[in-house]
Design a protein around this ligand. Structure first.
Ligand code: TRP
Length: 436
């Protein structure tokens, strides 16, 4: 059942680059809120392993493979339900690099020159007196376009990301706008969603927890190792019995990210009462372990059974491609990569004769509402829609119709008198044929 007109599904999409081992900062900042969001009603979530992106910064094949396994196992152990969400691996979807090329051709080179990651490399080279592009691959330069394809392929509305990625979402928006301007309304304009309430977790040294600072606590490190790492969190030199500051205390901030408000108030009081750092670290360790232990057990089981994870990813790829393949077909036709047999024959003077192909016609009626109809190759009416409030809704219904057929759109469509289901299916097949 589709409810395009009443309550449109909000599509959320996020990629995770497969170069590292998930740490507590990734859990608090991304995995935990994403898994929670994926359970909300009215939301369709897409989570994928961005392994093509990983190649941009990592040339160690074993590490890429290991990281993909660890990240997949972490998300699943944290409660991601692959039945409910789209969970797939970027490199299993050949339509993504295909769309990357179409987007490359509508993206200004100057726009990519200004992308933060590329610009940072150039600035560094210039500061060192090197050639500006020294050691910069075209992969790094093209990074935002590949990311745009990830997002636009699945018509994501919202992309939950960290601040550093906002620029990339804006670029994806611009690509979509440019493409739509040239070829018609095909792509959905995405928006970044930066979760302000999610705390940036400090690492062992008090700076943001990040692989690049080497200050992380791996999410599923064994219990005793977790205890040791937590013992290494920097604190000040106040002795037991002296009141402690919560402001600027990495230990306190990490505790807060895992504890309830009451528990946090308890630790605040303990700070004021002069709790010793050893005891505070013990409290933090127990609190984190309490949350992580059940997931750690699932994680270990999953890591021990990589074939099962592979099977889940393959199933995810199949679901994702059921969307990506027909959509890519639509985009190929839109830009003119078409089956020559379906082209309107060109007469000597260069004027096209009437195209013998089925067509959707979108229009607005005097009642101010938006309608569409499906005509067959001879121009005969097959389907007539009812009125939609916005052109976007009509376009959404057309997309569903093209991908899934008229089932589920019953209350929005009227079949013209004398038209059979087979005739409708034949017309729709035209839009779904990969090379038509
Ligand atoms: N570039 C993102 C990061 O490093 C990962 C990513 C790749 C991504 N494709 C995406 C995130 C699409 C959101 C949407 O964090």
């Amino acid at each position: 059942m589709h409810s395009i007109s009443s309550a449109p599904l909000q599509r959320f999409l996020t990629g995770i680059t497969t170069t590292g081992t998930p740490h507590l900062g990734n859990f608090v900042g991304s995995i935990r809120p994403s898994v929670a969001a994926s359970r909300l009603p009215g939301v369709q979530s897409f989570y994928f392993l961005a392994d093509y992106h990983a190649l941009i910064k990592c040339d160690d094949p074993a590490r890429i493979q290991r990281s993909a396994l660890e990240i997949a196992a972490s998300w699943l152990a944290a409660g991601l339900d692959p039945e409910r969400v789209m969970f797939y691996r970027q490199s299993d979807i050949p339509e993504i690099p295909e769309l990357t090329w179409l987007l490359t051709c509508v993206t200004g080179k100057g726009v990519l020159n200004r992308a933060h990651a590329y610009k940072a490399s150039v600035d560094k080279n210039e500061a060192a007196g090197n050639d500006p592009d020294a050691d910069v691959t075209a992969g790094l330069f093209m990074y935002p376009v590949l990311m745009g394809a990830d997002i636009l392929m699945f018509k994501a509305h919202k992309v939950p990301v960290g601040r550093d990625q906002i620029q990339h979402i804006e670029m994806a928006r611009d690509m979509a706008q440019r493409f739509n301007h040239l070829y018609g309304e095909h792509l959905v304009l995405p928006e970044a969603q930066v979760e302000e309430s999610v705390a940036l977790l400090p690492g062992l040294d008090g700076r943001k927890m990040s692989k690049s600072y080497d200050n992380t606590i791996p999410l599923f490190t064994p219990r005793e190792q977790l205890r040791k790492l937590i013992a290494g969190i920097v604190t000040d030199s106040r002795a037991p019995g002296e009141a402690k500051e919560t402001d600027g205390s990495a230990l306190f901030q990490i505790y807060q990210a895992f504890a309830s408000e009451t528990e946090t108030a308890g630790l605040r009081q303990a700070y004021a009462d002069g709790i010793g750092w050893g005891d505070a670290k013990q409290m933090l360790f127990e609190r984190i372990d309490q949350e992580v232990a059940p997931m750690r057990e699932r994680y270990q089981a999953l890591i021990g059974n990589p074939q099962e994870i592979e099977r889940l990813l393959q199933a995810g790829a199949e679901k994702a491609r059921a969307v990506a393949t027909p959509f890519m077909g639509e985009l190929r036709r839109a830009v003119g990569l078409r089956n020559l047999g379906s082209a309107a024959p060109v007469q000597a003077k260069g004027k096209a004769v009437k195209a013998a192909a089925p067509a959707f016609k979108q229009y607005r009626e005097k009642d101010g509402r938006f309608y569409f109809k499906l005509l067959d190759a001879e121009g005969r009416l097959l389907l007539q829609s009812r009125g939609f409030d916005a052109p976007k809704e009509a376009a959404g219904a057309i997309a569903v119709l093209q991908q899934e057929g008229p089932a589920g759109l019953n209350d929005m469509l009227e079949i013209a008198p004398g038209v059979t289901q087979d005739e409708i299916a034949a017309a729709l097949a035209f839009f779904n044929a990969p090379q038509a």
